[in-house]
Write a protein that binds this ligand. Structure first.
Ligand code: GDP
Ligand code: MN
Length: 370
């Protein structure tokens, strides 16, 4: 579970890791409630799970009150890597003296937590040469180690103390909240040596959430996900352009593999579980129809008791209602398949006897679009 920056910063505050003075607004009325409390200049930060907001123009500075509302509206509308915010974090701008990098992550390969520190903060850590990666004992991070990291980053005096304090507290947070990652990039040093977490990226281990009821409020389900879950579907959005619908997680997963092997890229996984009725299939297509990246749909239904004509009816309805326009490649094993073929003969959907044939035709179609 990825926390948004403001949620991560809530945890930071709980652990006494300093952050800039900040507020969260989800709409204009919330914004107006905080407007009078703000000390300008301020920084408005779009709350997205994707990184690189700075470069994408999703972090904007605001020097006077009159700019607040238009800048807020601009950010709420701005899409970054396909994601739009539900909230904006508003922070009093700080005078940055130095930007550092600090993160702790679960290093599965080495079966331990590792810590990365660097004196080059504020940029992608992948592109930084000058960084130290060290393993951290699960029993905790000692004051001596924290101090040696500060020294390594050439910090001294109050800055060194302030920094090593943050290292210790971050390690405590990671251990207690069972985080897979806690990253502060940048961790900034102000001119008086105070260290502040200017950004927060925290990923909590999904398998541990049952032990942390206090973190449940941070679970964000996208609207689409919510709609799918309400209908009893298992739905996962993926990166590609082929949506795969089927009955049974195993069947959908193996279909995903075959599509992949055939050179296609799956864009959605939808297992509608239960019974294939006109209604469930229509609803499944409705969920898929919201994904503009999907260029073709693969339907793989298996089972002797599936009334394929009911599925065909749902497909016809979805086209007739204008809900979907992309072609459907379907393999539907079950009763009434001749009737179904007949029903779909004039539509944008094609039925195949085997899933391999359906996939091969689909991948060829996607290839022809390029
Ligand atoms: P990211 O691009 O999504 O990682 O967003 P960050 O929260 O890391 O912000 C990106 C950059 O914006 C930081 O590295 C800072 O240089 C700058 N920035 C963010 N907040 C402030 C602020 O309060 N004052 C100043 N001067 N710069 C800021
Ligand atoms: Mn950052």
């Amino acid at each position: 579970m990825k926390l948004l920056e403001y949620q991560g910063k809530e945890l930071f505050s709980e652990y006494d890791i300093a952050i800039p003075k900040s507020y969260v607004a989800k709409n204009l009325s919330e914004l107006s409630q905080i407007a009078d409390k703000l000390k300008f200049p301020i920084v408005l930060k779009s709350q997205l799970t994707v990184g690189g907001r700075g470069k994408a123009g999703a972090i904007l500075k605001c020097t006077k009150k009159e700019e607040l509302e238009p800048v807020f509206i601009e950010l709420m509308k701005k899409e970054v890597k396909g994601e739009r915010p539900n909230a904006i974090l508003i922070e009093e701008a700080v005078e940055i003296n130095k930007e550092l990098y600090l993160s702790l992550f679960l290093n599965r390969g080495r079966r331990t937590y590792s810590l990365i520190s660097s004196s080059e903060g504020g940029v992608d850590i992948e592109s930084v040469q000058n960084k130290v990666i060290q393993d951290i004992s699960i029993t905790g991070l000692t004051q001596a180690i924290a101090e040696s990291i500060a020294k390594n980053l050439k910090l001294d005096g109050f800055a060194a103390k302030s920094f090593s304090n943050i290292v210790i507290k971050l390690a405590k947070l990671v251990r207690e909240k069972e985080a897979e990652l806690a990253e502060i990039n940048p961790l900034v040093i102000l001119s008086d040596g105070t260290c502040l977490a200017l950004d927060a990226k925290i990923i909590i281990d999904d398998n541990s959430i049952f032990r942390h009821p206090e973190l449940r409020k941070y679970i964000q389900i996208s609207e689409l996900q919510e709609q799918a879950e309400k209908s009893g579907f298992s739905f996962v959005e993926l990166d590609g352009n082929i949506a795969i619908i089927g009955n049974g997680a195993g069947l959908v997963m193996s279909t995903l593999d075959i599509v992949h092997d055939a050179g296609g890229t799956p864009g959605a996984f939808l297992d509608f579980g239960g019974r294939a009725t006109t209604e469930t299939i229509y609803k499944a297509l409705q969920v898929i129809s919201k994904l503009s990246k999907v260029k073709a749909i693969l339907v793989n239904l298996f089972g002797g008791i599936v009334r394929t004509d009911l599925v065909a009816q749902a497909i016809l309805d979805a086209y007739k209602d204008g809900m979907i326009s992309v072609p459907i490649y379907a393999r539907i094993s079950g009763a009434e398949s001749d009737k179904s073929k007949q029903m779909l003969s004039n539509s944008n959907a094609k039925l195949y006897d085997t899933v391999e044939e359906a996939i091969s035709a689909l991948v060829q179609y996607i290839g022809s679009m390029k």
